[in-house]
Write a protein that binds this ligand. Structure first.
Ligand code: SF4
Length: 374
């Protein structure tokens, strides 16, 4: 497949690994921001191929992982108590709320549906005029255009029974929050290529200047990731701090202006709470007040008391790259994908799930229960 198989080439992987071993002369710590990148690094065994002097830590770029407990509780409440048809992407329905997940609610009879696009939810609203249909609009900048489009389409169709429960989060403010943590030791970021395909490159320049660190916009295949790491390490070794784009086959400097125009019609920037991290200023998008009829939060005006997180889960430290998943005392013991204590063990993009399913040497000491699996 063009633009895919060549980025999985064993020969190219070996060449980049060899070049990294020649280039890295000192210890460097890099963070890949996106959970998709984390999964690719772990699943393809790339972490074990890197020079020992390079440490990759895993960032907060898993939207399911950072969706607040309170919002999951709200979605469960809408499905169970208000009788709405609650639609969501698949990953989200398994994430535990304070009492139960959407999957538990579905098993108990609530109308919870797994969809691949919010536009399917608009179709359901059209076909079921006497039911309220709510789409659980979770995600980074990448999923926002389709969610915004669903609101515009519902308005154009005159639908009164469609709304979204929005929890959009933004990458640059999260990177800023990571850098402001006193315990961070990150020297470079691999930024998420698909986010930049929408947003462009410019919003990363202030971070480069403020913190004097290299940021490399990077794709998701093994060759993409190794090339992105090499670009970052070359800068670090030379004492440079620049914004570079490894993912040139997808990301244009200006991003996708039409997608951003659609987003701007529907969403405004707000402070947003990140599960395990807390509130980050200006880090989210919420539905604009003039479109309140399509905002499930306002339409149903539900207030759910905040429940405490599981005290043993260190997801916040994992999401900020301060701890690795296997450094959690619950990893592979009380917390598994079948019985997750926190969101990073549920989502396919969560670092804990990636380590559980795919990691090898690095995790064996502390997760002896899982050695055969790992
Ligand atoms: S292993 Fe489980 S309990 Fe530990 S941080 Fe990850 S999700 Fe939380």
């Amino acid at each position: 497949m063009k633009h895919l198989t060549e980025y999985r080439s064993v020969e190219l992987v070996e060449q980049y690994v060899a070049e990294l071993h020649r280039t890295a002369t000192r210890p460097w710590t890099l963070m890949e921001v996106c959970g998709g990148q984390t999964h690719s690094l772990v699943k393809n065994g790339l972490l074990n191929l890197l020079p020992p002097s390079i440490t990759m830590v895993h960032g907060p770029g898993c939207p399911v992982c950072v969706t607040p407990l309170n919002l999951i509780d709200k979605a469960v409440y809408l499905a169970e108590e208000r009788g709405v048809m609650l639609c969501s992407f698949g990953d989200m329905i398994r994430v535990p709320g304070s009492q139960k997940s959407l999957l538990d609610a579905k098993a108990a009879g609530a109308d919870v549906r797994i969809l691949y696009s919010p536009l399917e939810a608009v179709r359901l609203a059209r076909e079921n005029p006497h039911r309220d249909v709510v789409f659980f609009a979770v995600g980074f900048e990448t999923t926002a255009p389709a969610n915004a489009l669903s609101v515009l389409q519902a308005r154009q169709l005159g639908l009164k029974n469609y709304s979204i429960l929005a929890s959009h989060v933004l990458v640059p403010p999260a990177m800023e929050a990571v850098m402001q943590d006193a315990d961070t030791n990150i020297q470079s970021f691999l930024a998420a290529g698909h986010v930049c395909a929408i947003m462009g490159l410019d919003e990363y320049l202030p971070l480069v200047r403020r913190y004097g660190l290299p940021i490399v916009v990077t794709g998701f295949e093994p060759v993409d990731l190794l090339q992105g790491i090499l670009m970052a390490v070359r800068q670090l070794e030379r004492g440079e701090a620049r914004l570079e784009n490894q993912y040139v086959r997808v990301v244009r400097p200006e991003g996708n202006p039409e997608a951003r125009r659609i987003i701007g019609q529907v969403f405004e920037t707000v402070d947003r709470e990140w599960r395990g991290i807390g509130t980050i200023p200006g880090s989210g998008w919420a539905v604009r007040p003039e479109l309140a009829d399509f905002d499930a939060d306002k339409k149903f005006a539900v207030t759910i008391a905040k429940a405490p997180e599981c005290p043993d889960c260190i997801a916040g430290l994992v999401l900020k790259g301060i701890k690795k998943p296997h450094e959690c005392s619950q990893f592979g013991r009380a917390c598994t994908p079948e019985r997750p204590l926190g969101a990073p063990m549920v989502s396919s993009e969560g670092a804990c799930a990636a380590y559980y399913h795919f990691a090898s040497v690095e995790t064996q000491d502390v997760a002896s229960l899982q050695i055969s699996k790992l």
